[in-house]
Design a protein around this ligand. Sequence first.
Ligand code: CO
Length: 174
Amino acid sequence: MEIVKYPREILREKAKPIEKISDSIFELADSMISIMLENKGIGLAANQVGKLYRLFVINLNPFEDKPELLAVINPKIIDREGMDVDEEGCLSFPGLYLNIPRAKKIRLHMQNLYNEKMVLDTEGIVARAIQHEIDHLDGVLFIDYVSEEEKPKLKRYLDDLKTMNNSNLKANNL
Ligand code: CO
């Protein structure tokens, strides 16, 4: 399994709710956790591995040696508090970092892999990551929130991507 990079269309699609947590969902969550850890990510959404399920994985303990890993199914933010701007990256946009506004604290309703309903209160970087991952499930990307100041930086990044894609195309056409 590989991480889907921008501008692949699936990153703009809306993921579907999971009705039954089958073995294949279990295995998918497992692979996503491995890929996230390998790539030193804090979170990874199913769209980013080519699957349109409302599922993401997250490390709730990103600054400690021992990760605290959770697979989050059918998440819904039911409360938000405060606002904070901080630097954010995305495994589907290697090398791009933008300052993005997000709620400081959130309350999440979700299911875990054992079909248990959970309420999760988080803040700071973990709350930020959860908001970023839920956006992925709705086909929303962090570049959608780019500030006026960082628009030129984003444009350069996207222009470079186009050049790379075009040269790949030419190579393939030979
Ligand atoms: Co992302």
